[in-house]
Ligand binder design. Sequence first.
Ligand code: OFO
Length: 178
Amino acid sequence: MLSKKIEKLLQEQIEVESNSSYGYLAAASWCEVNGLEGAAAFFYNQSDEERIHMLKLFKYINEKGGHALVPVNKAPKADFKNIIDLIKYFHNSEKSVSSSVNKLVYVANHEQDYTTLNFLQWYVTEQHEEETLARLLLDKIKLIGMEANGLYLIDNEIAKHVNKKKPTAITMGGGEGG
Ligand code: OFO
């Protein structure tokens, strides 16, 4: 059984992951309409991954006797000044997700809920990887700069980080129906 407090925090984390998923979907769409195909593929993939993070929380809450609820999403940011602005947004978003995961870890530890603590370790590792990736991309694209063919190189650089192991709308190909 989950304590009321832990269930509430896990439910809030569902919202956080869902908002990330929609935020990255909006980012993917912005990239696509701005001719950045590599970055679009990357953010479609990120969006799918965040949805999976959300679903893991659904399963966990329900398995522990709680009731996971579908969250109401905030309208995601749809417009960006440029690709650097977008990657900054990605980095800030990951930092904020990490803080909410850390808060959950703190409370689970305090309540001696070791099952939840164990479950959360996966999120801790994931956040470390995603924050590192966001910072790496930000450093690299600042280094490349947007002059001359910079935007083309940036797009290729981001495309290298699409996680091809997991199926997404992009890697599955479009227009194949349900
Ligand atoms: Fe959910 O992995 Fe980052 O945000």
